[in-house]
Design a protein around this ligand. Sequence first.
Ligand SMILES: NC(=O)c1ccc[n+]([C@@H]2O[C@H](COP(=O)([O-])OP(=O)(O)OC[C@H]3O[C@@H](n4cnc5c(N)ncnc54)[C@H](O)[C@@H]3O)[C@@H](O)[C@H]2O)c1
Length: 327
Amino acid sequence: MRVLITGGAGFIGSHLAEEYLEHGDEVYLIDDLSTGSLENIRHLQQNENLSGRLFVTVDTVLNREKMIELVGTCDVVFHLAAAVGVRFILDNPLDSIITNVRGTEMVLEVCHLFKKRVLIASTSEVYGKHMHAPLVETDNCIYGPSSKFRWSYAAAKLIDEFTALAYHRTKGLPVIVCRLFNTVGPRQSGEYGMVLPRFVQKALAGEAITVYGDGTQTRTFTHVRDVVAAFTRLILTQEAYGEVVNVGGVEEISILRLAEKIREKSGSASPIHIIPYDQAYPRDFEDMQRRVPSVDKLRQLTGFAPTMCLDGILDDVVDHFRKGGPP
Ligand SMILES: NC(=O)c1ccc[n+]([C@@H]2O[C@H](COP(=O)([O-])OP(=O)(O)OC[C@H]3O[C@@H](n4cnc5c(N)ncnc54)[C@H](O)[C@@H]3O)[C@@H](O)[C@H]2O)c1
């Protein structure tokens, strides 16, 4: 099979590429390297058993001609390219919306042109400000005002979802929307506001770990290996076409407890500093208090749900950074 991965030099994309290459498939990547890096795929390019089946294009998904060439070549498409990370979105508000709205529409339009199967990476952020758990795919989406740019990411991804579902409904495009909850693992960068790599890097350096808000907000964490397993199953599941599916872990933990656990696992004496949101992000920020997925739909569609426990996930990430980063 020929697999196209947009955002393939990113964290999740590079793991997905590795999985398909190891199973003998041809993998085509397109990435503009805005938050991704060729370092993430260097080990694949240097592996002589894999490199002959890996084709890398450094370009933007907004380049329609290039996308026509790539989608036309491939059998399935995973659309992962996006502006991501709270810090990145707040620093690049306009470009982020253009990438996340126009880029996705372009990918869907070109996939429709060639009638190709496509999986779109959405996010748990689309649920917005909920307090209850677990979140099911039919729950409401509740956002703050447009003056708070933090919500632009969620709103753009929600438009992506509507566009994908409209392509399915009106043109029969075989498209699946995956709402990813915090996905973590080797190669994730802490540079753009991702909490786990940021905590681990600080703990290993013996520097203060900064918790924003009051630390009672909770999250679940999914190992990237489980996300890749969900993706590869969903793209082959006909009943999933035209559906929105949560992909996430189910072990809920507060961010303060997460910081403490990471400090323990790193054998670190780093202090933990709690900083109110208005000091961390002077404008535009509001947090979501809880984010726990129901994975019933994923299990029902594929017979699979993430299995890796939180301790195993944290150990893996700490180990990765101890060894010095990618691959
Ligand atoms: N990691 C998570 O916890 C998480 C959670 C929810 C959703 N997601 C979604 O999963 C996808 C992958 O995220 P990730 O965590 O691997 O982040 P990432 O930043 O590592 O990957 C995104 C990749 O897209 C590339 N990119 C950005 N704009 C592009 C453009 N215009 N053209 C081509 N490439 C472009 C970046 O360079 C990067 O390599 C994203 O769509 C993101 O919204 C991730």
